[in-house]
Design a protein around this ligand. Structure first.
Ligand code: SF4
Length: 391
């Protein structure tokens, strides 16, 4: 493969070039050839985990898994922030949102995630003032316009969304807006990947690294995966040709026994990340001792909290909920296999509730709610054929 193709930057410029059927066919042949060289078969496939839920959806949307045959098995990692949010944190949201003085502002994909007392949408139906916003700055504007109310923004997401939340807290502090606060559920990618690699039951041969997270962090947050665990990572874009190039790059490294951190998405991802965004994150947030993940349990230093100097804008401190109240974990619904799916140890279709008790219209678990959830991807794209997908 040429450097032009590897970078994904100079070789192709327009969206349709990233969906070119001729390029896709040639990549499929190259990938199958490397799988043959590795000796991968249906009974002994190579296991590649895509960390990001956006990649899971792209793989299914474009039928990439079916094009590549049974020699490779994709494992769907924990990179969908809504999917790994434990029910206890949804309960905390409701506890805040149901206060009379509160306007609770959230992104739309978190509205229907079930907690033990229902979802934010249920709370809204019961009378809570829950509003959908498109950015944390929208929530800050709500606070400016409603000085007699407490506006709480539900901060959720990986390193991708942390800079905009951090900048909003800084703006609130600068303007002295005291009726705005953040319910912080921001989490970090490396700790759960380390936890998965330390699990003796897991078999992961290589990773497709998340594109949007890496745009903020750069690619060196994954160095430990190659150096300590001997697994390759290729940070990938989201178009079908991006993903096929990335799969090929990971498989080449597996074949050659040369674990490396490579950047297929160099047209967007700078090697060392976005320094201004990282500085904003560091200014406002500090790691929590531990954070609870749906299906993975508590993982050390896997989430962040607001630094003490910004405590007036910390909803947990202001309302005495969540970790500030000594609560951390909660139970999952009976029969829910979300945890096993998040760990890549079970396919969504193996969950007894898939497509029956649990559907996108009536989700039991977060993986069916989120637009990036693995169960939603299986449900949405199950009927597509490979030949339909890259034309
Ligand atoms: S089908 Fe529903 S309950 Fe089962 S793992 Fe998926 S989201 Fe969870």
């Amino acid at each position: 493969m040429s450097n032009r193709m590897e970078s994904g930057r100079e070789g192709m410029r327009f969206t349709d070039e990233f969906r070119d059927p001729a390029k896709a066919k040639s990549l499929v042949s190259a990938i199958r050839a490397v799988l043959d060289e590795i000796g991968a078969t249906a009974g002994n496939p190579v296991h590649v985990m895509e960390i990001c839920g956006g990649h899971t959806h792209a793989i299914f949307r474009y039928g990439i898994d079916r094009m590549l045959g049974p020699g490779i098995e994709f494992l769907h990692g924990p990179g969908c922030p809504v999917c790994v949010l434990p029910m206890s944190r949804v309960d905390d949201c409701l506890e805040i949102a149901e206060r009379e003085e509160v306007i609770f502002a959230t992104f739309g994909d978190a509205m229907r995630v079930p907690g033990t007392r229902g979802s934010l949408a249920d709370a809204k139906a019961r009378g809570a003032d829950v509003r959908m916003v498109y950015s944390p700055l929208d929530a800050l504007e709500l606070a400016r316009r409603n000085p007699d109310r407490e506006v709480v923004f539900f901060g959720l997401g990986f390193e991708t969304t942390m800079p905009s939340t951090a900048l909003t807290v800084l703006q609130a502090a600068r303007e002295g807006i005291g009726n705005f606060s953040l319910f912080c559920n921001h989490i970090l990618v490396p700790p759960p990947i380390r936890a998965l690699l330390q699990d003796p039951d897991m078999r992961i041969d290589g990773f497709i690294g998340p594109g949007h997270v890496s745009m903020v962090t750069g690619i060196h947050i994954y160095d430990f995966i190659a150096e300590e665990f001997g697994r390759p990572v290729t940070v990938s874009g989201f178009e079908p040709i991006d993903l096929m190039q990335s799969v090929l790059m990971v498989l080449e490294d597996i074949r050659d026994g040369t674990p490396r951190i490579r950047n297929q998405y160099a047209r967007v991802v700078p090697e060392h990340g976005n320094r201004a965004a990282l500085a904003a994150i560091d200014r406002v947030f500090t790691p929590r001792e531990a954070f609870d993940w749906r299906g993975l349990g508590e993982i050390d230093r896997s989430g962040v909290k607001i630094r003490p100097e910004f405590a007036p804008w910390d909803a947990e401190e202001k309302f005495g909920v969540g970790y500030a109240a000594g609560k951390s974990s909660g139970r999952e619904p009976e029969g829910c296999m979300c945890g096993e799916v998040v760990k890549g140890m079970m396919k969504p279709t193996e969950c007894p509730m898939f497509g029956t008790l649990c559907t996108p219209e009536n989700p039991m678990g977060a993986l069916m709610v989120s637009s990036e959830g693995a169960c939603a991807a299986y449900h949405l794209y199950a009927g597509l054929r490979p030949e339909e997908v890259v034309s």
